[in-house]
Design a protein around this ligand. Structure first.
Ligand code: FAD
Length: 472
């Protein structure tokens, strides 16, 4: 009997899992799963304790779903990637594995690890990788010169054209392959974990699919009008599931098409599809430009910007104590839930880089250390966009005004008041400028005054970017 091994990584699901489906195709083969936790590696890459907990809970759920189908999921814990290679090679030897199935991860270290594994296994084990975490494989949507697009809109148009020519199909969950197995709870990781609000992010594939269905049935149609207002639940909040592969982008696409059949022709639902394509864009960029994985800027001259080294300012931003209510409310949402609304990710990133003139990589790292949906491609893409260092990024002279952003997207301060109870008594008119109210009323306020003055900070930032550009 041949034995097939599925090496699970960021694909913690049984539905529409290309590697798992391929491993189960031969009804006569014995199929085993393996997940290798690498806490030392996670520490180096600032994986957040909430994401670690989400991962742990989903491993439990995956192990149970596989066991119901008679497939054992083995879980090992080793420090880092080097040890994970040894662990995998040894596992293949001990279990007489004939073929290894896995879904690609596109980050540089992960790709190098996979190459080492393939080399280590030699000809003894057949290895098959799959482009599972994307709708279309990186490198398959290119310009006429066969190069990766550097601008999103033409990429998106070409992407949709490709989808119209042929949709990537979903594969079904494997059928039971024997008696159900009994399982033990997954051992704790040697890594800090933090409880997750399960009303925000319920555990399990079934819950993720239900969330997707619900979103596609109603809010997806209102998404263009609602998605920028953080007080409204106008976005899907599916990012933690997509980041760990509890849900696949193909499942998202097919569910969207079912509820909004005109989505590929620009009809209802197409704005949400565009967000899924942003996710693809950043993944495809990572493969075309591996330097992004090393946190190098796409636009080289931006590395000459003289950033401020100011721990106190960085700390105030991290703690949500900048004195700008929309920034602080957003940071407290992040620190408390592990998630932040997209509009606010742009606002707080712009504030750190362009008001405090702090290196975007400090923000990128801090986000990873807090986000439940931390994802190198999307996070790096988002930060390089906000810092104007990336491809198709906001131009460097476009600087969000944190007060007017608050006024536009949280006019009455409903979101601000949710996260900053100390501003509960401040009238709507002053909720974005509470210091003016405190001065006018001669009242003490348990909330900081702005740590920088936006207009002056803007001038200093423009000068710093211009100096860097000239030194090119
Ligand atoms: P929806 O609006 O419902 O979008 C659906 C899905 O599309 C998301 O779940 C996500 O997978 C994808 N998506 C949406 N917008 C983007 C985008 N701009 N770039 C890439 N993918 C997108 N997203 C992450 O998943 N992980 C991160 O670590 C991350 N870091 C970010 C950092 C910054 C500075 C910025 C500006 C954006 C970042 N994003 C990140 C993108 C975006 O903010 C989140 O994907 C989104 O807020 C998740 O909420 P949602 O699931 O409700 O999104």
């Amino acid at each position: 009997m041949t034995t097939h091994l599925v090496w699970f990584r960021n694909d913690l699901r049984i539905n529409d899992n290309l590697a798992l489906a391929a491993a189960c195709r031969d009804p006569g083969a014995r199929v085993v799963g393996l997940f290798i936790a690498t806490p030392e590696q996670w520490r180096q890459h600032d994986m957040s304790p909430r994401q670690a907990q989400f991962l742990h809970s989903h491993l439990d759920a995956l192990q149970a779903s596989l066991a119901e189908r008679g497939i054992e999921l083995c879980i090992r814990q080793v420090p880092d990637f080097a040890a994970s290679v040894e662990c995998l090679v040894q596992f293949c030897e001990n279990e007489n594995i004939d073929a290894l199935f896995y879904n690609y991860q596109y980050e540089l270290n992960e790709r190098q690890r996979d190459l080492t594994v393939e080399r280590g296994l030699g000809k003894k084990v057949i290895c098959q990788g799959f482009d599972d975490s994307v709708l279309l494989p990186p490198g398959s949507v290119t310009t006429g010169n066969h190069e990766m697009y550097k601008v999103f809109t033409p990429f998106s148009k070409a992407f949709i054209k490709r989808l119209r020519e042929g949709l990537p199909e979903c594969v079904v969950a494997p059928r039971p392959r024997g008696e159900a197995l009994s399982v033990m709870p997954v051992e704790p990781f040697d890594y800090p974990c933090v409880e997750i609000d399960s009303s925000l992010f319920p555990i399990g594939e079934r819950a993720a699919i239900a969330k997707l269905r619900e979103f596609c049935q109603h809010p997806a149609a209102d998404y263009p009008e609602q998605r920028d207002f953080p007080a409204i639940e106008g976005t899907s909040r599916l990012s933690p599931y997509l980041a760990l592969g509890v849900l696949s982008p193909r499942q998202c696409l097919h569910r969207l098409l079912k509820e909004h059949p005109q989505v590929l022709d620009g009809g209802s639902g197409s704005v949400w599809l565009n967000e899924l394509i942003w996710r693809e864009f950043y993944r495809h960029l990572l493969v075309a430009y591996p330097k992004l994985c090393r946190h190098q800027p796409f636009i080289l001259w931006t590395d000459n910007v003289r950033w401020q080294q100011d721990e106190a300012l960085l700390d105030a931003w991290q703690q949500g104590k900048t004195g700008y209510p929309i920034v602080d409310a957003a940071m407290r949402q992040l620190n408390t839930t592990g998630w932040m609304h997209n509009r606010l990710r742009m606002v707080v990133a712009s504030f750190l880089v362009k008001d405090l003139l702090i290196d975007w990589r400090a923000g990128e790292r801090y986000f990873m250390s807090q986000l439940i949906d931390g994802d190198l491609a999307a996070n790096n893409g988002g930060w390089q966009w906000a810092a104007s260092t990336g491809t198709d990024a906001a131009p460097y002279f476009r600087i969000f005004n944190p007060t007017t952003q608050g006024e536009r997207f949280d006019a009455k301060g409903a979101f601000i008041r949710q996260w900053l109870p100390e501003l509960g008594d401040v009238p709507d008119k002053y909720v974005h400028t509470p210091w003016l109210w405190a001065d006018k009323e001669q009242l003490p306020l348990d909330y900081p005054r702005p740590i920088v003055e936006h207009k002056q900070a803007r001038i200093a930032t423009l000068a710093a970017y211009e100096a860097a550009r000239k030194s090119e």
